[in-house]
Design a protein around this ligand. Structure first.
Ligand code: ADP
Ligand code: MG
Length: 712
């Protein structure tokens, strides 16, 4: 690479195969390939997993029996002994100053050759004292090479590829040396770097791989994290703007008799959060571009009302509204609830004698009979149906609207971007309906900015007043479980009702059903003998289901034993006890949803988690549910426990550009990157003035990645 050429862009780095580096022969080349490192760009973005400060790591002399630690040492000697049978024992002695540690390996004779005297190694393991000597059995060993710096980067190792930190550090060193004369291009505007006090890109690439101090490494990381997040946000903001520009929306009339009457008749005032969300939505509705908004709110925060308000805005302007729910149960529940709320309202209709007619709300699911369905479809096309509520059935080709004005998608389990788009496309050819996506599984704001980057976000962060908080208890042994059933019997004796949820086993519906059936029959003859029990699971026929739900609602059953089919939509105010069996098998969001099935009326409610978790994560989940009823707080814990995989989907590592950035650790940078992306895109949507950034988006966020970011 001759000097005088312009600084290297990421695309330039992508064009240099690692095989051009000295020391990368066939063997190392294929090891690199198996770690998906084919180019110098891959190599330089294969970041250290962690950085060790030599001066701060434990030294061998400090190790006590039982300590699990990482220590540096120099190999002093090694030897292998033959044991009985074909077994071998290799002892490698390492030391620092006057202290020694013996590493023992069984059947790893190759360690003799790998660990030769004089070499510096980093070992991680548990220290034992054996015959008065410090020893580690089968430790993790990394060869860090002859690194003399205070800070040692440790690269992700994979047993399979056999790449050691030593190799990677040497390749990186050579790559950096060869890039030195040209330097690295920095496409991020200087003003942005100055505003956040970022180091330039060259310093960042050097600083992450070869820092002199931990501060230097931190600064490097911060800069690289920002770059990753900025690229993602630029892509998302550009898409959002493009959709806004390319599609015309309906200019709705947000003030009108229908919405006024609806709000007046509510038996309670709107919460401040509901009012704020309605205002935000109305702000979008009067614009000539379609709304694209996410409504986040905890279980019971009153999202439905906000959604219904939106549908009524559409209807009072002569349009139609649609609400799509993820399951039939939920669609039916919404339909019943909305019909009860709006049933006696009327809409103006000049074609009738009185100048108006009753508001018409229909349900459209696959369970609606053929004849009825045909009629609903015909009436939808003619504009005789004002609001239609349904499942996926709504996005089938046969469904056409006279004038679809607003769409609400209850994305309990996330429909994904295509389905959202499919319903949006049911508007007429000229104007797109306004879309509100509701989710009861809130995700932290910064995560929403990434996962739902194409949507604006409204948040209901307040519950309606007068709710008695749900008391959550955890029963982890037999005595605890006894107490749970006693509490259920006591509630029933008081005239209240309860749910008993059986866990999902193995993703198999058949097994789920069996577990529910078994629990039902056991309870019937033991702890809950004499109590009126009902059973509900995914295999009962719709008619049976309606009957069971109806009986429970009418109070003819005391306890409903069910699978997670009741996770969404069941709303019985008299039910005050939720028992979740094998609770550790559920995720945080699901537990929180299930708990949200009680606490819906005037009575104090309780939720019992029954389970003795086998894992630390299971334990942490149940602890979180016991200690908080705040869905947003729980979402943070969930993100903490499960990592971004939960919301980003766990796609195999491919070209996903978020290599360093963590949506939970780097929240402030998500926000900063979004701000900067908006600033840039608002004045330069095509990034004409930022060709370097445009090129990086093109290189790193191919269409696949961008699509992916917008899906679950
Ligand atoms: P979500 O869909 O967010 O879980 P819902 O819309 O089902 O919540 O509302 C839960 C309950 O709260 C419903 O019974 C509803 O009637 C009631 N509710 C909604 N808004 C209010 C309010 N502002 N004040 C009192 N109760 C409300
Ligand atoms: Mg509009």
């Amino acid at each position: 690479m001759p000097a005088g050429d312009p600084p290297l862009t990421l695309r330039d780095l992508e064009a240099i195969p690692v095989s051009r580096l000295r020391g990368v022969g066939e063997k190392k080349g294929s090891a690199l390939a198996s770690a998906e490192i084919a180019t110098v760009l891959d190599l330089l973005t294969h970041y250290p997993r962690r950085h060790l400060d030599r001066t701060r790591e434990a030294s061998i002399g400090e190790l006590r029996a039982g300590d699990e630690a990482t220590v540096f040492g120099e190999v002093r000697s090694s030897s292998t002994r033959q044991l009985k049978g074909k077994r071998t024992l290799t002892n490698v002695v390492i030391g620092d100053g006057g202290n020694q540690l013996t590493l023992t390996f069984f059947n790893q004779r190759w360690r003799d050759k790998q660990l030769t005297p004089g070499m510096t190694v980093l070992v991680h393991g548990k220290c034992e004292i054996y015959r008065g000597q410090r020893q580690m059995t089968g430790p993790i060993v990394d060869l860090v090479g002859n690194q003399t710096g205070r800070i040692v980067p440790v690269y992700p190792q994979s047993e399979k590829s056999g790449l050691l930190t030593r190799d990677l550090a040497a390749f990186v060193e050579e790559a950096l040396a060869r890039c030195r004369s040209r330097g690295f291009d920095d496409p991020v505007p200087t003003a942005v770097l100055e505003r956040f006090g970022f180091v330039d890109r060259a310093a960042a690439i050097h600083g992450i791989h070869q820092p002199e101090t931990l501060t230097e490494k931190d600064e490097a990381r911060r800069r690289l994290v920002f770059d990753e997040l900025l690229r993602v946000q630029l892509e998302l903001v550009r898409r959002k703007r493009r959709i806004e520009r390319e599609t015309a929306g309906i200019v709705h009339r947000t003030e009108g008799e229908l919405t006024n009457r609806f709000v007046e008749r509510l038996p309670f005032p709107l919460t401040r959060a509901q009012q704020r969300a309605i205002d935000e939505i109305n702000g979008d509705l009067v614009l000539g571009r379609p709304m694209h908004r996410l409504l986040q709110g905890d279980v019971g925060s009153g999202k439905t009302l906000v959604a219904v308000h939106l549908l009524l805005v559409a209807v009072q302007g002569g349009h139609q509204g649609a609400l799509m729910a993820p399951t039939e149960v939920l669609a039916e529940q919404h339909h019943a609830g909305v019909a009860a709320m709006l049933g006696d309202l009327s809409v103006s209709d000049p074609a009738t004698l009185m100048g108006d007619r009753p508001l018409r709300i229909e349900l459209l699911t696959n369970r609606v009979g053929v004849a009825e369905r045909r009629k609903i479809l015909a009436d939808l096309v003619q504009g005789k149906v004002d609001i239609v509520i349904g499942t996926h059935a709504l996005i089938q080709d046969k469904v056409e609207f006279a004038a679809l004005g607003a769409v609400v998608i209850d994305e309990q389990h996330r429909f994904g971007v295509e389905q959202r788009a499919a319903l949006r496309d049911k508007g007429d050819a000229v104007t797109a309906p306004d879309v509100l996506v509701m989710t009861a599984t809130p995700i932290p704001r910064t995560a929403a900015m990434t996962v739902y980057g194409d949507l604006d976000v409204s948040t209901l962060d307040e519950l309606p007043p007068g709710r008695t908080p749900i008391l959550t208890e955890w029963a982890r042994d037999d005595a605890g479980e006894e107490a749970v059933w006693a509490a259920v019997r006591a509630a029933v004796a008081d005239g209240r009702q309860a749910y008993v949820v059986c866990p999902l086993i193995d993703e198999s519906e058949a097994l789920d059903v069996r577990s529910a059936e078994e629990t039902f029959s056991v309870l019937q003859t033991s702890e809950l003998a004499g109590v009126r029990l009902g059973l509900l699971h995914g295999r009962v026929t719709p008619a049976e289901k309606d009957e069971v739900m109806g009986s429970f609602r009418r109070g003819e059953l005391d306890v409903l034993v069910a699978t997670t089919v009741i996770e969404v939509g069941v709303d019985v105010a008299n039910a005050t006890v939720m028992v979740i069996l094998d609770a550790d098998r559920f995720g945080i969001a699901q537990l929180h949803q299930l708990r949200g099935r009680v606490g819906r009326g005037e009575y104090a409610s309780r939720c019992f988690l029954v389970g003795d978790p086998a894992t630390a994560d299971g334990e942490a989940r149940l602890e979180a549910i016991v200690s908080s009823t705040d869905g947003f707080e729980l979402a943070e814990v969930d993100l903490e426990l499960r990592g971004e995989g939960t919301i980003m989907g766990d796609r195999q590592k491919g070209r996903n550009d978020l290599k360093l950035a963590s949506l939970r650790r780097d929240k402030e940078w998500v926000t900063a990157a979004r701000e900067v992306a908006i600033e840039i895109v608002d004045v330069d949507e095509e990034l004409d003035a930022h060709p370097g950034l445009a090129d990086e988006l093109d290189l790193l966020l191919g269409d696949d990645d961008a699509e992916y970011l917008m899906k679950d």
